[in-house]
Each structure stands twice: as structure tokens, then as C-alpha cells.
Design a protein around this ligand. Structure first.
Ligand code: FAD
Ligand code: NAD
Length: 477
């Protein structure tokens, strides 16, 4: 007899596994179909984020930053360090160990919550039936009252630079998280989030990094004042970022790859040992739904959904990277929670205006809400408050007094509209404004909130005070 579940989730990344756990918490009989095979050859949960995304990249960012600090010296603290050596094998082993701990942890959470893991490839058929093709090739079909599709995304490929991670010369992010030697030179196509984070890792470990970015605006999605500051800082660190360049062709040589590109001055060539292609990701909808399911796809292959992530088919939802919105793990997870609660008859909701973005470079970049350029375009009247980390005692003590906080509030209502940070622990600081915006707070609410001293959060406080020209530790203009 064909088994019927309350919910079948296809995909066990941060969108799918969170949805499955929340469904089970709410008393729904839930199964999650996941096909990932990890670097050890074992089936694994956690998706891109845990296996080859957020977690391994942040682990290497942390390790490479520690190495770089010690290598470049912390003499300013009065500490002399000599003989710093890189053990890349150990660094990679640590990364793998953390990945295994976290992905195995999801298996344990599934067991504890009673989520059944159906290992293999899931495909939506007609009438909310799901076909599972196991790793040994055998198939099975289950029924579901509700289906949640969470099949994530894959790297976009470009014809001029075909990726082959196994060969390891022209790679995508998965390949660049797994180099076994520091390349002497690393070319990066696309100076977006992945290019900057992984470019930073290998730059800190000693590679000469050249980044070829197609558009003229650096970090076009970020507030452009912050992006300009970031570009200056990254160039100072030795990242050779060339904007407005188009890669025309690549050719593998015996010891690397020759990259031909065009910019406003004409055609050029560089030769690099390794080349990372990081030009964005696309929704992974390959073979996820049979034609007879009638699932509707929208622009660029994303599954079409409404604001509650319901597709054109009643009882079929899609969440995470496979649908519109930023491709961020926490966005997918919260969509998972929302959909689970809707299925359980509750009022699931997600505030798409308060999703934080973080880029884990040094300094870190983080933001939430509108950028100044978006407010201008949309004709929304606004006030700006800024505060530099150079005037923050804690940042100085940390020897990390670079960057700034920029707060944007409505000129008439004072409601917070956005916050943009470049500086130490921007990833953590941004959460204060995310929470404030969830509560519809004004800049005055933050300005009247007591912030501990000395903390980096005082820069947030001062930026909020600065919206009304009353920062206490900078000269107001
Ligand atoms: P995924 O994580 O891609 O998971 C989808 C899962 O579905 C996979 O496990 C896949 O095997 C499975 N699957 C696909 N098709 C099927 C099928 N037919 N049957 C069964 N299973 C299937 N985001 C952040 O928020 N912060 C970060 O710091 C960050 N860093 C990143 C660094 C890198 C290098 C990369 C590549 C991405 C990073 N991201 C980060 C983005 C983040 O990884 C994604 O937004 C997130 O993983 C999306 O979650 P998801 O569950 O929608 O998809
Ligand atoms: P991205 O969209 O951040 O950056 C891609 C860059 O490549 C853009 O600047 C784009 O202009 C450029 N580009 C596109 N085509 C090009 C071409 N032919 N030649 C040169 N440049 C080209 O994408 P990504 O860096 O690949 O990351 C993919 C997604 O993963 C992001 O959307 C992001 O949401 C997610 N991610 C998030 C984090 C984080 O949250 N810290 C980290 C890594 C990845």
C-alpha cells in the first residue's frame, strides 16, 4: 500500500530541514527526501549551506583570518610572534570535521523529532504524489497531503570558463573550498559575495588574487557609500579588483589557465594557477517535478509562489533558493517555519523587509532594509545618521577601528528604514536593527536605548543619535 504522510519535504538544506522539523514539532507526520552524498561518500543532510556553503566558508574565513593576523604580526599590541606556519591539511580537516558534526547533528534532530529521512532523489508527480529514486536506483512512491519543495540552487556556469572541480583548475565555490595547496595566483570571475569571501580566504593564505567583475558598480546590492569604503579596504588588502571587465575566453595551459578579458581599454590576458567562477547561482529545478504535476515555473527557472510560498498547486509549497528573494540560508529557514505553521492551520508570516545580509570579509559588511540609493529612487524622504568605528573605544582596543555604521530613518515618521555597517562584527551588530525593524522602531527608540560601555554596539547607538544630529562622540554636521 502507498504510504501517506501529512507532509513530504523535497530537499534537506536549511530551508527543507527546518521546515521538516517545524512540521514534526506541530504534530504532522513528516518525511524529508534528500539525495546529497558528502565528501566521504555518505548520504548527508544540510544541503549547500552546511556541506559546501555557509559553514565551510565561514570556517575557512575564520582560520585564514587568524593565520593572517599572526603572520602579519600583532606587534601593535606589544606581542611579537615568530615562526608562524600554515598547515593547510589540518585547516581543511578542521573544516571537514565541523561540517560532519553539523550535518550529523541534523540527522539526530530528525530522529528526535520523528522526521523520516527518505534517502534519494525526490520528484513531484501529479496529485501530490512523490517519487523517490534511492541511491541504488530502486524507486518508491508516497502520497502527501502537503508537499514542500526545497531543492535549493546550483552555481551558474558560463561558456567562457567551464568548471571542472575534479580537475581543480577552473572551479566553482565547492572546488575553491577544497584546494589542497595555496595557489600562487587565483583568478576570480565575479566580485560578488562568494568571490569576495573565498578570494579573501586565499589572499590571506598567500595567493595573489585578481577579480574580474562584469559590472562597473561594486557590490551593486549594497548601499553604495558602504560599497565604496569596502572597495578601498579590499584593494588595500591586496585584492586586485577590476570592475567593468568581461571574460571572453579561457585556455588551460600546463600549469594554470590563461584568461582573456575585455575592459574599456581593450582586450587583455592574464595567466593564473586556479580560476574560481562565482557569477551567481540559479534555482535547482532539474527533474524536480514531472510535467503531469503541472507545477508552474516563473522567471529564470524559479518555482512560482505567492507571498506565503504556495505554488499554483493547492497544498504544494516551495521555499528557499528555489523561489524568488535573496538566496540566503536564514531566509529559506524562516520560509520553512512559515509554511509549516500555515500547513498546521496557524498564521505563518515572514517580514521580507527585515532580512539581514552579511558578507564575512574583513571588515565585515552587513545590512538590513533599504539602501540610500533605493530610498532616492523610490522618492521616500529620509534622514541619515552615521558613526565611524574610529571613534569607538572597543573597536580601538580590538585594533579594528575601521568602517562605519549608517542608519536611515523616515524623515517624517522617524521609522527605521535601513542600517548599513562596514566594520568589526557587523554580522552580529546588524541584528539589533533587524529586531528594531521587526518592532517598527524609530531611530529615537534606538537612541534612547541604553547600550553597554565599552561595546561595538555604542557605534549603533551613536549612529541612531546622529540621525537627529545629536551624536555625543563625533562632531555633528
Ligand atoms: P540548499 O542548501 O541548496 O539545499 C537543497 C537540498 O536539496 C540539497 O541538499 C540537495 O541535495 C537537495 N535536493 C535537490 N534536489 C533534490 C531532489 N530532487 N530530491 C532530493 N533532494 C534534492 N547563505 C547565508 O545565509 N549565509 C552565508 O554565509 C552563506 N554562505 C554561502 C557560501 C557559499 C560558498 C555558498 C555556495 C552559499 C552560501 N550561502 C550563504 C547561501 C546558502 O547556502 C543558501 O542560500 C542556502 O543553502 C539555501 O538553502 P536551501 O535549503 O534553499 O537549498
Ligand atoms: P553574487 O550575485 O553575489 O555575485 C556574482 C557577481 O558576478 C556579481 O557581482 C555579478 O555582477 C558578477 N557577474 C555575473 N556574470 C559575470 C560574468 N560573466 N563575468 C564577470 N562577472 C560576472 O553571486 P555569488 O557570489 O556567486 O553568490 C551566489 C549567492 O550565494 C548569492 O546570491 C548569495 O546570496 C549567496 N551567498 C551568500 C553568502 C553570505 O550570505 N555571506 C555567501 C556566499 C554566497
Amino acid at each position: 500500500m502507498v504510504k501517506t504522510y501529512d507532509v513530504v519535504v523535497i530537499g534537506g538544506g536549511p530551508a527543507g530541514y527546518v521546515a521538516a522539523i517545524r512540521c514534526a514539532q506541530l504534530g504532522l507526520e513528516t518525511a524529508c527526501v534528500e539525495k546529497w552524498i558528502n565528501f566521504k561518500g555518505d548520504p548527508a543532510l544540510g544541503g549547500t549551506c552546511l556541506n559546501v556553503g555557509c559553514i565551510p566558508s565561514k570556517t575557512l574565513l575564520e582560520s585564514s583570518e587568524q593565520y593572517h593576523h599572526l603572520k602579519e604580526g600583532i606587534d601593535s599590541h606589544g606581542i611579537h610572534v615568530e615562526g608562524v606556519k600554515l598547515d593547510l591539511d589540518r585547516m581543511m580537516a578542521r573544516k571537514e570535521d565541523i561540517v560532519l558534526q553539523l550535518t550529523n547533528g541534523i540527522g539526530a534532530l530528525f530522529k528526535a523529532n520523528g522526521v523520516e529521512w527518505l534517502q534519494g532523489h525526490g520528484k513531484l508527480l501529479a496529485d501530490r504524489q512523490v517519487e523517490i529514486t534511492r541511491h541504488d536506483g530502486s524507486t518508491d512512491v508516497v502520497n502527501a497531503d502537503n508537499v514542500i519543495i526545497a531543492t535549493g540552487s546550483v552555481p551558474i556556469e558560463i561558456g567562457a570558463a567551464p568548471v571542472d572541480n575534479a580537475e581543480g583548475v577552473i572551479v566553482d565555490s565547492s572546488g575553491a573550498l577544497d584546494f589542497r595547496q595555496v595557489p600562487e595566483t587565483l583568478g576570480v570571475i565575479g566580485a560578488g559575495v562568494i568571490g569576495l569571501e573565498l578570494g579573501s580566504v586565499w589572499n590571506r593564505l598567500g595567493a595573489k588574487v585578481v577579480m574580474l567583475e562584469a559590472v562597473e558598480d561594486f557590490l551593486a546590492l549594497a548601499d553604495q557609500q558602504i560599497a565604496r569604503d569596502a572597495l578601498r579596504q579590499f584593494k588595500k588588502q591586496g585584492l586586485d579588483i577590476r570592475l567593468g571587465t568581461r571574460v571572453i575566453a579561457t585556455e588551460k595551459t600546463g600549469d594554470g589557465v590563461k584568461v582573456s578579458f575585455k575592459d574599456k581599454d581593450g582586450e587583455h590576458e592574464i595567466t593564473v594557477e586556479k580560476l574560481l567562477v562565482s557569477v551567481g547561482r540559479r534555482p535547482n529545478t532539474d527533474d524536480v517535478a514531472a510535467p503531469e504535476s503541472d507545477l508552474l515555473f516563473g522567471e529564470r527557472g524559479f518555482i512560482h509562489v505567492d507571498e506565503h510560498c504556495e505554488t499554483n498547486l493547492p497544498g504544494v509549497y516551495a521555499i528557499g533558493d528555489v523561489v524568488r528573494g535573496p538566496m540566503l540560508a536564514h531566509k529559506g529557514s524562516e520560509e520553512g517555519v512559515m509554511v509549516a505553521e500555515i500547513i498546521a492551520g496557524q498564521h505563518g508570516h515572514l517580514n521580507y523587509d527585515a532580512i539581514p545580509w552579511v558578507i564575512y570579509t574583513d571588515p565585515e559588511i552587513a545590512w538590513v532594509g533599504k539602501t540610500e540609493q533605493a530610498l532616492k529612487t523610490e522618492g521616500i524622504p529620509y534622514k541619515i545618521g552615521t558613526f565611524p568605528f574610529g571613534a569607538n573605544g572597543r573597536a580601538k582596543a580590538m585594533d579594528a577601528a575601521v568602517g562605519m555604521v549608517k542608519m536611515l530613518a523616515h524623515a517624517e515618521t522617524d521609522t527605521l528604514l535601513g542600517c548599513h555597517i562596514i566594520g568589526p562584527y557587523a554580522s552580529e551588530l546588524i541584528q539589533e536593527t533587524v529586531l528594531a525593524m521587526e518592532f517598527n522602531a524609530s531611530s529615537e527608540d534606538l537612541a534612547r536605548t541604553i547600550h553597554g560601555h565599552p561595546t561595538l554596539y555604542e557605534a549603533m547607538h551613536e549612529a541612531a543619535l546622529s540621525v537627529h544630529g545629536r551624536a555625543l562622540h563625533k562632531i555633528n554636521t
